[in-house]
Design a protein. Sequence first.
Length: 259
Amino acid sequence: MMMKKMESLESAAAQQGEEKPAFHGRRMVGIAFLSNILASTITLATFGNFVDPVSEAFGTTRSTISQGMAIAFVVIGLTGPFSGVLLDRGWARSMMVVGSLMAGTGLIFLSQAQELWQAGLLFCGVVGLGAALFGIMPAMALVSHWFVKQRGLAIGISAAGLTIAGGVAPAAAEFLIELYGWRTALMIFGVGTIAIGVPVFGGLVIGRPESIGQRPDGESISFEDGERPDAGAESAVLDMGEIARDSRLWIVSIGFASS
């Protein structure tokens, strides 16, 4: 009996000495911040820089080229429900990796386009679709899965990537266009999207905290014998329908769209 008590005390001491695993939610906010920068950089933030050189290269008007952004927004909007299903099924990492590959590859091929229809198809159908798979909606869903009490702050920090891209990306695009031409500038953006997005999304994205035994906001997990460690965590996580109804998401989106 004495030996059993000693073993029990040693086991309890060992459990108390174990360090609590680091909460990964802050990392997910950083990833969402980065994904918003990338998505905005290769779509809205730098689009205006390419209008003049592209219209001259293809012998068309600025208004014709500008229609590409409107069409790309429609593609991104239509992709939302499908990306939401993938996110709900736990495919956040794969979806964001594929999205960055698509967008980056689309930009590389776009830099070699010889016809206007080719450029339009690549930008609207490939780059736009790729950006939708790792951009604002996946980013907001990711941080919403990891935070409940601090969700507004987490969404605000990640959305700041859109504003930063809007300020920095146009200057970078203009510099590259003047130095190398618009085709090489697109090539650089495409290679950069793949080089940054694939390893970051593929190596660091964790769609939901319960998948690694954590809970939103880094709260401790306490459970009775026989209860799953992640039981109850799912109730704190929003599905895509609830995220879409979150007014904070739409306030941020409307503010960005009107800027």
